[in-house]
Design a protein around this ligand. Structure first.
Ligand SMILES: Cc1cc2nc3c(=O)[nH]c(=O)nc-3n(C[C@H](O)[C@H](O)[C@H](O)COP(=O)(O)OP(=O)(O)OC[C@H]3O[C@@H](n4cnc5c(N)ncnc54)[C@H](O)[C@@H]3O)c2cc1C
Length: 273
């Protein structure tokens, strides 16, 4: 058991994009507060990770996040990105037949005409959803398009429409029957999509941001307890699975909500319900 001598101004827990963004913000202050990032895994990036070794290919495989959504100069990641000829911009997130082959479940590839027909139907659905009268009671996105959806006669086209709609479901992590019609696309403020994938993979890109900015990260450090010691000038004691203790004035927790719900970290005093 060892307690670090140093009293950090801030300790950030978790070195995924949120922890990294917080650290970059702290570096902007003069004088820069003393801080340290504690990361459970043996790598940075959290749910962004580029696998460069599993497949015998130069193509990096992003196992987690891959896209920089809404890429434009105002995007905070743009200052870290050096443009390359291999950057791939996708202005049409839902259906890009030119770069992605799509197959039906029996292995036959979809004709461009069917793809276009389905895309047109889905665009009409979205237009209809966006026109929903905001003074009315909210309904699910599926209820908003149900009548039109049920009128699709061609089974193949319906499957393609389903595939298109599934992109919204995976993007929003919910079923259409549970998504709000009134809130559709409000979170993105109606800005035109322009998504970017990078030749090195998003995980490697995030890793480079950490390296280039010399962020102080301690890997393989699973935080288990956070103890606010009221009798020691209210400093905070952070304990780890390998029985180390770190002292700080403030702690910034960026671990996923799911980990907090599983009580991966014990708080003293306990967090309110
Ligand atoms: C398959 C998939 C695809 C995705 N695609 C995209 C995409 O294309 N574009 C996009 O913008 N987003 C995408 N996302 C979402 C994106 O990955 C997340 O929004 C982002 O990683 C969240 O960052 P975070 O820092 O909040 O959490 P995380 O990335 O989860 O980072 C949290 C960190 O906390 C660490 N941690 C947890 N518990 C402890 C502990 N007790 N002690 C110390 N450290 C701890 C974890 O190891 C992790 O490194 C995708 C996610 C997944 C899973």
């Amino acid at each position: 058991m060892a307690t670090s001598e140093k009293l950090y101004d801030i300790i950030i827990i978790g070195c995924g994009p949120a922890g990294i963004a917080a650290a970059l913000e702290l570096q902007k202050y003069q004088p820069t507060p003393s801080f340290l990032i504690l990361e459970a895994r043996n790598r940075v990036g959290g749910r962004t990770y580029t696998d460069t070794h599993t497949f015998a290919t130069d193509e990096p495989i992003d196992l987690g996040a891959r896209w920089i959504h809404h890429y434009r100069p105002e995007n905070p990641l743009s200052i870290h990105h050096t443009p390359s000829d291999k950057d791939r911009f996708n202005y049409q997130f839902f259906n890009d037949a030119t770069t992605t082959a799509h197959f039906d479940y029996d292995g036959t590839s979809w004709s461009e005409a069917s793809m276009n027909e389905a895309e047109k139907i889905v665009e009409e659905f979205y237009a209809h959803i966006k026109q929903y009268d905001s003074t009315k009671e909210d309904i699910s996105m599926f209820d908003a398009i149900r009548d039109k959806y049920e009128k699709i006669q061609d089974e193949k086209v319906r499957r393609l429409v389903d595939m298109n709609l599934a992109f919204v479901e995976h993007y929003e992590a919910s079923n259409l029957s549970e998504l709000s019609t009134k809130s559709f696309e409000k979170s993105d403020n109606d800005i035109q999509p322009c998504d970017l994938t990078l030749p090195i993979g998003l995980g490697s890109f995030i890793e480079r941001i950490v390296e280039r900015n010399h962020l102080p990260v301690q890997l393989n450090t699973i935080v288990t307890h956070i103890n606010i010691l009221i009798d020691k000038n209210s400093s905070i004691c952070i304990s780890t699975q390998d029985q180390q203790h770190y002292m700080c004035k403030y702690v910034l927790i960026t671990i996923p909500l799911g980990c907090l719900k599983k009580h991966g970290i014990h708080f003293t005093p306990a967090l309110p319900d």
